[in-house]
Design a protein. Structure first.
Length: 190
């Protein structure tokens, strides 16, 4: 099994955390660096990380890879309600990744106020929703859903993309998992 990705991608980190204790090869690649693109396009036509090759099976998206691994590793699948929560987590992350990419391309919030404002507002709405879910006991187990939330929050902190400090349940959740050995081993800051 070969996992392709970058050490800074929260989508890749989700899969790396799921694969703790599983024998696999990790191939670093950077879709934003020209020298990697041609070879990676042969593996993954959507040009996003992660990608996973397991024998004759090639998978192109973190959520598809996660579902494949849940089946392969005998872990329970996400319910429809959990997939909806995952869509919220992905909404935060996708929005803030877009803002970061714009910034890297030197497109400021002043140049694209509606788009950037929408992305930042979407993130805050998702934070508030996730805060409420934490209050009701969601994310009690260290599973793909919790891994996805943690890696999203840690990426946001790492990249300084948004402030979620006003949400005490998100802060508690983040602090509870921050010192896990598997989390430390996959820290993008290392």
């Amino acid at each position: 099994m070969i996992l392709y990705g970058s050490t800074t991608s929260p989508y890749v980190r989700r899969i790396r955390l799921m694969l703790q204790g599983v024998d696999y090869e990790f191939q670093r690649t950077q879709v934003f660096q020209e020298e990697y693109r041609e070879d990676f396009a042969k593996i993954n036509p959507i040009m996003k990380v992660p990608a996973l090759i397991d024998g004759d099976t090639t998978l192109f998206d973190s959520n598809v890879i996660a579902e494949y691994l849940q089946d392969k590793l005998g872990q329970p699948f996400l319910s429809i309600e959990q997939k909806n929560i995952l869509a919220t987590i992905n909404g935060v992350l996708d929005s803030l990744v877009q803002v970061m990419i714009l910034s890297r391309e030197q497109i400021t919030a002043e140049q694209a106020p509606t788009y950037v404002g929408l992305q930042r507002n979407r993130a805050q709405l998702c934070f508030a929703y996730l805060e409420g879910l934490l209050e009701t006991g969601e994310f009690a187990y260290w599973d793909y859903l919790s891994i996805s939330l943690y890696t999203t929050l840690d990426w946001i902190a790492f990249r300084q993309m948004s402030d979620w400090s006003v949400y005490p349940n998100l802060n508690t959740f983040y602090a509870r998992h921050h010192q896990r050995n598997d989390v430390i081993q996959t820290d993008p800051r290392l």
